[in-house]
Design a binder for this molecule. Structure first.
Ligand code: SAH
Length: 357
């Protein structure tokens, strides 16, 4: 569906049945957006960690090997990636595993959770030698131990928004006028917002993602029962708080969220307090969140950087170093991005989280 189609379909739906939730708007916009031909990289709209430096996927691959050891090195297990984009992370992870951990490499069955057909085709090009299986969601992952990874998957899941009014927290909705989509509010307040936010000033916005809550619970349940270990990397905050974080990005610049749905990448900060709570409620042990920069340093990114630049021309070495700085620098992605892991209750400390509990 093109962005024109999705805008028209949403406008028709709102005209017929009334304003929709921000989450429903985001879900429709995001689904249309990820079917576009080229969304990642310099020529697309945004760049993610695996696309910035091969070291990201390599270290995630090594981490998966240590996670596999932590669950007893099962000879047949499912290596699952959520929202694999172009398939770069998995390709880098598997190349590294093939070099350094053959038993892991040969025991892994690759599964990709991806709902976009356009992205599946791209992933097929990058990963065909591993004969991956695709899934709409986690419910069809076959029985057996799992290792689950996801980079910038949770931020793409829909959030609901609530606005503080004189009579309580009202859900923010999306309506339509002759000028296009516009925010409006539910007539009745909700009682679902935590009392801790009762004193928030009028006009405050709070976000909550039912989708993040549900999927992190599902991931944690798999970790507890299969058994399994999961690693999620995303941008977001450690404490739930008031504030609007919903954003749209097109060609590396911010774009108005309600303009041309389906033409820009719509995401929101991940609430890691919610992720932690949801995984714990499923009985998992949670490690982190730890800042991405710190986690990569603990996994030895500096050593890998020196290996990679060794013998390279100055400009190539410079590009490698710049990419790595972008991942680790607190002013770039190093602090805003966080890494969190789930495992069964009895899991020993996982690499990179040693002091991060
Ligand atoms: N992990 C990749 C891509 C991140 S973009 C990287 O780091 O480069 C988000 C990815 O999640 C895309 O592949 C998108 O198609 C997929 N996605 C978004 N919402 C999804 C959903 N509800 N179910 C499955 N996949 C989804």
């Amino acid at each position: 569906m093109t962005s024109m189609d999705v805008a028209q379909r949403l406008a028709d739906q709102i005209t017929k049945s009334g304003p929709i939730s921000v989450a429903d708007y985001m879900n429709a916009a995001s689904q249309a957006y990820y079917e576009r031909a080229d969304v990642f990289g310099q020529s697309g709209d945004f760049v993610t960690a695996p696309e910035i430096s091969q070291v990201f996927g390599e270290l995630v691959g090594l981490w998966c090997v240590t996670a596999w050891q932590a669950i007893g090195q099962p000879r047949d297990f499912h290596l699952v990636e959520l929202g694999p984009g172009r398939g770069t992370l998995m390709a880098d992870a598997m190349r590294t595993a093939e070099d350094v951990a053959r038993p892991f490499f040969h025991s892994a069955n690759i599964h990709l959770v991806e709902r976009s057909q356009a992205r599946r085709s791209q992933q097929d090009v990058a990963l065909s030698r591993f004969a991956p299986e695709w899934h709409e969601d986690l419910s069809s992952i076959p029985d057996g131990p799992v290792i689950i990874v996801g980079n910038e998957f949770l931020d793409a899941l829909p959030v609901r928004q609530y606005e503080k009014t004189a009579h309580g927290w009202c859900e923010r909705l999306v309506g339509v006028t002759s000028d296009g989509f516009t925010f409006t509010k539910s007539a009745l307040p909700t009682t679902e917002i935590d009392e801790a936010f009762d004193e928030a000033p009028l006009g405050s916005i709070i976000e909550h993602s039912n989708a993040v809550e549900t999927v992190t619970k599902e991931i944690a349940e798999l970790c507890v029962h299969r058994p399994g270990i999961a690693l999620l990397v995303d941008y977001g905050h450690v404490h739930s708080d008031i504030g609007e974080t919903l954003q749209a990005v097109k060609q590396h610049s911010y774009h108005p969220v309600l303009q041309d749905p389906g033409s820009a990448d719509v995401t929101a900060h991940v609430d890691f307090a919610l992720v932690t709570q949801s995984a714990r409620s499923a009985g998992a042990r949670v490690s982190g969140p730890v800042e991405q920069g710190l986690w990569l340093e603990r996994l030895g990114i500096a050593v890998r950087e020196e290996q990679l630049v060794d013998g390279k021309q100055a400009d190539e070495a410079g590009r490698i170093r710049t990419g790595i700085r972008r991942l680790t620098d607190p002013e770039a992605m190093g602090r805003l991005f966080k890494v969190i892991a789930f495992g069964p209750k009895e899991t020993s400390a996982l690499a990179g989280f040693e002091t991060g509990f």
